[in-house]
Design a protein around this ligand. Sequence first.
Ligand code: SF4
Length: 228
Amino acid sequence: MSKNKNEKSNFKVDKSIAQQRVKAIWPILKKTYPDARTSLDHTNALELLIATIMAAQCTDVRVNIVTKTLFKKYKSAKDWVEAPIEQIEQDIKSTGFYKNKAINIKTACQKIIDNFGGKVPDNMKDLLTLNGVGRKTANVVLGNAYGIPGIVCDTHVIRLSRRLQLSVNSDPVKLEFDLMEIVPQKNWTHFSHLLVFHGRSICQARKPKCEICPIAKHCPAANNPKLW
Ligand code: SF4
């Protein structure tokens, strides 16, 4: 059963137990998903930023199909700014919500040129000034393009954090700050990737495969549908 994003869970979290749980599952998840990384294809920070904006309410697979040709056409922030908005809308239409996304991409690129010398900012404060960029997108860019650790609270991370009772919060920003306290900083980005991979392959939303889950013995929700 899904929860409202601001809803708190009906369990309590002991920070030191949550820390121990993270410590216990970390090596198992790393071994299980040795290739865990962002699924969005990119070769630089601008491509990753734009792919992440496009990925809202869309699958990474679909975004990769679209960006494969698009990133040959738009190579710099200037290319996006100079393109007519109707053209951008057409180019990204299949990712859904294309009108909002097209405006966000174009205005974000304008700000990157006007305020940041054409380079995608490498810090949270400046990234958050860009249109269509919240903490999640900013952390994707910081962690994967600049190697600056950040917890990315996507739908998988939110669901698994609740099942693993790492936080009582389902709100992405509150959860991010909770996880920052129990996951070592250097592991923030990779821990997020591991939860995403585990959420996609085993701990799925509707029917988690607890019977084959390698971290089941550390999971309070194992085989307990009431806690899913
Ligand atoms: S035991 Fe079940 S609920 Fe817990 S992490 Fe594994 S698949 Fe998810």
